[in-house]
Design a protein around this ligand. Structure first.
Ligand SMILES: [Zn+2]
Length: 233
């Protein structure tokens, strides 16, 4: 066999290796695992968001508690003031009432907001528990599929090692120059060599001008002008 024929023979083995590699990458189990992993990550992020929201809510409740304390003090002070300095006239009485009402309204607002926040926090708490339960389920599923995938991967890796050793063996007979060209063409056209089929490129099906055909048929090294593949008779 000449270099070109050796390279063609090498390609047959190389194609097999690539097929198994692709098989491994596209394994349905592997894709399922990747999807589950994304799912788990998404849930973890959601949990983090919920947790930080709950922390912000608890902080707000602290602020509200302080405000409630201050307003209750104000109310007490006002009551003491009313007892010590009873209203002298109806105008003053109205002012006392207005001031009292203002404080009571604020207290009502604070109370409402506190209740609302507690309810929201409880909702988030429930959501967190739901997500955690779901996460346990997903983790179990993940572990099962991972075990199956590991077994499958083990088998395919074994097959890959076997085929790779054939490729490595065949590569020994090929010149560096030819191998470099093969690998360069492989970057854009796979497989990088094509047979001449009905005077056309077996890779991209473009026809060759007669001068090029002549060159190919006389055993010269020719690359297809369209797809760049190395053409072999
Ligand atoms: Zn071509």
């Amino acid at each position: 066999m000449n270099q070109f024929e050796l390279l063609w023979d090498y390609q047959q083995a190389d194609v097999e290796v690539d097929k198994v590699k692709k098989d491994i990458a596209r394994s349905p189990q592997r894709l399922k695992l990747l999807k589950l992993r994304d799912n788990i990550k998404e849930q973890q992020n959601f949990l983090k968001t919920l947790e930080s929201e709950v922390i912000a809510m608890l902080d707000r409740i602290d602020v509200l508690q302080d405000a409630i304390g201050i307003h209750e003090d104000q109310l007490k002070q006002l009551q003491t003031k009313v007892q010590e300095q009873p209203p002298a006239n109806s105008q003053q009485a109205r002012e006392y009432v207005q001031e009292t009402q203002k404080i009571i309204n604020s207290l009502g607002d604070f109370d409402q907001e506190t209740r609302r926040i507690r309810k929201d926090a409880a909702d988030r708490d429930k959501k967190q528990r739901d997500i955690k339960r779901l996460a346990v389920k997903i983790k179990t599923e993940f572990d099962t599929i991972r075990d199956e995938y590991n077994m499958e991967f083990e088998q395919k890796s074994e097959e890959l090692r076997r085929l790779q050793s054939i490729v490595d063996e065949k590569a020994k007979a090929i010149d560096k120059e030819a191998m470099d060209e093969y690998n360069a063409v492989k970057q854009h056209s796979v497989p990088p060599m094509a047979k001449l089929v009905n005077d056309r490129c077996g890779g991209c099906n473009m026809s060759f001008p007669s001068s090029v055909l002549h060159a190919i048929k006389s055993g010269k090294k020719v690359e297809c002008e369209t797809c760049g593949r190395m053409i072999i008779l």
